[in-house]
Design a protein around this ligand. Structure first.
Ligand SMILES: [Zn+2]
Length: 454
């Protein structure tokens, strides 16, 4: 018998009405448990008039639950370190400590999870690996540092659960990782999109043929780029493998969405374990299909921390499940995570998204090693934007190529002028975890530094 293409054949193909009924049932259980076990969240619910799950009669009622902001979570953590008042179980019952990655420049959130949570965390990743056609006896290499950042930890356990062989590539150089992938005949590689490209560069420099290796699938996570078409195409070409996008977050402990092997252009939401809403980040009103908005997540699985309507700051465009031909009824985030609410920059009145720039740069520059978006203030008054390009092997892009890239960037941004210049070989930062390619050095008039200078 051919195995099912779905990890959970019943829930992944539930008609939408049944899926929503299941979500409502789980939401009510979550609210009852929160009242029983988590005083901090319980007080917030009571404050919003939700004294019990009886108050929630339809899925629309989820909107009566107050949003949870990262800043509130952090404030509680600072007031009552190290975890804040959000825990729904005693610390002694936890088996693991993890933190957010801290790459956004802010202080990380610290979380605890127990044995049941970890079973669930791995289960969520199983949805993703199964949909990517990862099965025993695949051998899966993790280009991941295995630190306090939760990252691929759950994915590691999921692969063990699936009966795959796991190759934990923590604490290794890029060269060491690439050699291990080639030497062991790994068939699946897990990494960030940026690091998948970095490994391909390293392999090329060392004469290792990744496209000719046994690697069949790359499971990408940790950055929005896994669904940027030009980036994904480049990764697939350099590795000679299919790449699928996933996204999760430490605040819920695991992956929330996964792209199936049909590659509909974005990941499916694991809707039997999460409620995902999309709202306007300013008005906080819900937005419809095909509209850009901010993800808000409610998690049914985390047993240590009730997560109700958490504002993720991730920008997404939700489309109906039918966008994909795989038969799942889970809706899709077209283009994956489109960036962060805070990513958007305004340069001389024009909105600039790093994601759109990445797409254009990767499409136009051959042998790109790294790039950086640099915002600065010219003559103390005028905002300027330039893109710095580093290409491989000490070669240079021609002036014509740079000018053409500048033209394309400008055309895509209402005529905004973009500088484009070459950076010294090796001068731009390299990334293993979350790439940070936007360098905003603009002076804000009236800021502390500016006043001193005047
Ligand atoms: Zn699909």
């Amino acid at each position: 018998m051919t195995p099912s293409p779905y990890w959970n054949p019943r829930t992944e193909t539930l008609p939408r009405a049944d899926l929503e009924a299941l979500q409502l049932r789980k939401l009510r259980d979550l609210v009852d448990w929160t009242h029983a076990a988590a005083p901090w969240q319980s007080a917030r619910l009571r404050g919003a008039g939700i004294g019990s799950s009886e108050e929630l009669r339809s899925m629309d009622d989820v909107r009566r639950i107050p949003f949870l902001e990262r800043s509130e979570w952090m404030a509680s953590q600072i007031e009552d370190p190290p975890y804040g008042a959000l825990l729904a179980a005693p610390q002694e019952a936890a088996m693991r400590y993890h933190t957010t990655s801290g790459t956004s420049g802010s202080r990380p959130l610290a979380v605890l999870d127990g044995p049941k949570d970890w079973e669930w965390i791995a289960e969520m990743w199983c949805y993703a690996f199964w949909a990517a056609e990862v099965r025993a006896p695949d051998s899966v290499f993790f280009a991941f540092s295995y630190g306090t950042f939760v990252g691929f930890w759950g994915a590691h356990y999921a692969c063990e659960k699936l009966g795959c062989r796991v190759l934990p590539g923590g604490n290794m150089t890029t060269e060491g990782r690439v050699r291990m992938i080639a030497d062991t005949g790994a068939t699946v590689v897990c990494s960030t999109p940026t690091y998948a490209l970095r490994m391909a560069q390293e392999a090329h420099a060392r004469g290792i043929d990744l496209a000719g290796s046994d690697v069949r699938v790359l499971v990408l996570s940790g950055e929005p780029a896994g669904s940027i078409p030009a980036t994904k195409a480049l990764i697939e070409e350099q590795w000679g493998a299919k790449a699928v996008d996933t996204a999760g977050m430490t605040e819920v402990g695991t992956v929330v969405m996964f792209e199936c092997i049909h590659q509909p252009g974005g990941p499916h939401i694991i809707e039997d374990h999460f409620i995902e809403e999309v709202v306007d980040p300013v008005t906080l009103e819900p937005v419809g299909y095909d509209e850009l908005g901010e993800r808000v997540v409610t998690s049914f699985g985390r047993g240590f921390i009730p997560v109700l309507r958490y504002r993720t700051r991730d920008m997404v465009v939700r489309v109906p499940a039918e966008r994909c031909s795989c038969g799942r009824t889970f809706d899709v985030y077209d283009g994956g995570i489109r960036g962060r609410v805070d990513d958007m920059k305004v340069v001389r009145g024009t909105n600039v998204y790093p994601r759109a720039i990445e797409e254009i740069v990767r499409r136009n520059v051959d042998d790109l090693e790294e790039f950086q978006i640099h915002l600065y203030t010219e003559a103390g008054i005028r905002d300027e934007i330039e893109v710095l390009i580093e290409v491989g092997g000490g070669s240079r892009a021609s002036e014509d190529e740079l000018a053409e890239l500048g033209r394309q960037l400008s055309d895509a941004h209402e005529g905004l002028r973009f500088g484009v210049r070459m950076a010294e070989a090796g001068s731009l930062p390299r990334f293993e975890l979350k790439a940070k390619r936007l360098n905003d050095e603009r002076k804000v008039w009236g800021s502390e530094g500016e006043r001193k200078a005047m």
